[in-house]
Each structure stands twice: as C-alpha cells, then as structure tokens.
Design a protein around this ligand. Structure first.
Ligand code: 8YV
Length: 318
C-alpha cells in the first residue's frame, strides 16, 4: 500500500506530479470544495503533508491527522507552521533548504533595478502608445535613480541575504547588514540596529525569516530609510507594517519599493496600484522551472526518507 499524502498547495512541474503519484496516494486537499468532509474521510490515513512555505499548515488541520509523520514544505520558510507542536507530536518538518537561494536573490536585485529605474513604468509607457505620440519623445519620462553604487542594507544575512550581497557587490554597492549577531565569515559591515542600518542605506532589502511574526519595518524605520530610500521585500509581508509602508510611499517619505510578498496574500493594499514608484510581484521569487523542479525533488526525497525510517534532508525539527 502506498503511503497517503495530503497535498495542501499545487505543484506545477508535471514530472514532480507524476513522481508523487507514482510513489504515494496523493490527496489533493487544495482542490476540494468541502475540505472539512475531505479531512474527516481521509485524515486518519494521512502519513505525510506537502505544503508551501508561506501557506504552511494550521494546528487545526494537523490535529485532524493523527498518523502524520512528516510535513514536507515546498519552500524554505516555516513561519506558518507551529514547529513546537510538530516536535511534541514527533512530526518531522522538512524544507527545501538551499534550493531557491539564487532565484530569490535574483528577484531581489531585479525588483531593486526595476523600482529605481522605473522598468515597469517604462514598459507601461511604451505599451500604451504614449511614447509614439509624445510631444517630447527624446525625454519620455522623468530621470530615474542609478542603482549601481547604492548603499545596500540587508536585513538577514542567511543564505538569501548572502546571495543578494554577492550580486549587489558586483554592482559596486557598499553592503551593510543586520542580523542577530555579526557573522565572522562575511566581508560586509554589521550594523546591530535596524534603524541605524535604514538611515545609512539607500535601499533596504529584507531577506530575514519571519518566525517571530513581528513587523520590524515600521514607520520609524521607513522614516530612517528616508525620501531617497527604497524598500525591497522578498522575505515575508508580515515583516513590514504595511499601512505604514503605504503611507510612507504616498507621502514621499521613501522613494519607492519592490515587493514580492504581502501581509495578507493574495490581498495587496489597493493604494499601491496607484503608485508608479512601486513594483509588485505575486510572490514568485522561487517560481522558475529549474528551482521548482529542484524543490519538488527535495519534497519527494524527504517523504520517501521519512516513510523509509531514514532521517530526511532539510529537516527543521531536528
Ligand atoms: C514559495 C516561499 O512561494 O520558500 C518559501 O518560504 O515563500 C516561497 O518560495 C512557496 O513556498 C511555494 O510553495
């Protein structure tokens, strides 16, 4: 009998879907209209769960899976899972650690360039036909902000933070960072205080885990970032006080933002739609074929390992 696995969020790579169906009986929870009866029907047989990083799994759902052995996160963030509860029940939680570092860092830099240089604005301008009909076609839009050489402040010097730093360094950007402590193995400037980091940075890039669920980027931090500063978030929306961010952008207290993540996804504050200096993405920093394939392979491997009684790679529960 194949182990039963409850899938909470879709997997888009056909080869991974096939592999999952080959090895396990996959219960596609996310497709069910009546989730409560589906759980009542299948909950007792479920030995594994597949879920996304920012969507996780609630304790209420876990409580209805009495034989659950493993939650395989198709992502790196485990902030949407009660790890203490999982540990208490002996449920292993695994994540695709290392698989998406490069893609997420790429998008952070992409968002920064796009926000500074107004790439989306330029694209909209050309598509709308405005350029062709402009009275001054040689000066189509206001001048942009140079990205090379910007002082970059990185919040969280983990895998993604480091990958962002490597890329930013190639653009000639001086790099500072904050984290719980200084890291002896990186050549960048450690700044313990987030406010001080924000005020010394032209762009603040959020690459931190959000396990504490705290909105560390508040009105004060945004004020410190200042009217020439940009905020880039490829981590978690809940790291930012979103109403304060909207106000800071509307009032010109910061220059712009590049956001892949939001506090209440897929809801995005409508005020942001009106702001040209903001670049928006629907949480897709890891969404490339290459990375999602690697992530899917890691998800499959951790399920296989746990069901075979082996310690899985990427375990976050120890
Ligand atoms: C994914 C993420 O969008 O890794 C994470 O924690 O938030 C993202 O990479 C998500 O996990 C996709 O399932």
């Amino acid at each position: 009998m194949k182990p039963e696995v409850l899938q909470l969020s879709p997997i888009l790579i056909p080869e991974i879907r096939d592999k999952l169906d080959q090895l396990f009986t996959i219960r596609r929870y996310y497709e069910q209209a009546d989730k409560a009866s589906y759980l009542a029907q299948h909950g007792a047989n479920i030995r594994g769960v597949i879920t996304g990083g920012h969507t996780g799994i609630t304790q209420t759902v876990m409580a209805q899976l009495p034989n659950l052995e493993v939650v395989a996160v198709n992502g790196v963030g485990t902030d949407a899972i009660d790890l203490a509860y999982a540990r208490d029940r002996g449920i292993q939680v695994t994540a695709t650690i290392g698989a998406l570092t490069e893609d997420v860092a790429d998008l952070a830099i992409g968002l920064l360039i796009s926000a500074c240089r107004g790439i989306s604005t330029g694209d909209r301008y050309v598509r709308s036909g405005q350029w062709a009909t402009s009275a001054t076609p040689l000066v189509p839009l206001p001048l942009a902000r140079q990205m090379s050489g910007m002082r970059i402040g990185i919040v969280g010097m983990g895998r993604v933070g480091r990958a962002v730093a490597t890329r930013a360094a190639a653009f000639g950007c001086p790099i500072s960072y904050t984290d719980l402590q200084a890291m002896s193995d990186v050549p960048y400037t450690f700044v313990a205080d987030l406010l001080a980091l924000a005020s010394d940075s032209d762009a603040l890039i959020l690459a931190a885990a959000a396990d504490k669920g705290e909105a560390i980027v508040n009105a004060e931090v945004l004020h410190a970032l200042g009217r020439d500063g940009y905020l880039i978030n490829i981590a978690r929306g809940k790291l930012v006080d979103e109403p304060a961010l909207v106000a800071a952008l509307q009032n010109g207290q910061i220059a712009g933002a590049g956001l892949d993540v939001f506090a209440d996804e897929p809801q995005v504050p409508g005020e942001l739609f009106e702001l040209e200096q903001v670049v928006l993405q629907p949480h897709r920093a890891s969404a490339t074929v290459q990375t999602r394939t690697r992530m899917g392979e890691m998800v499959v491997a951790s399920l296989v390992d746990v069901f075979a009684g082996r310690k899985p790679g990427g375990s976050v529960t120890g």
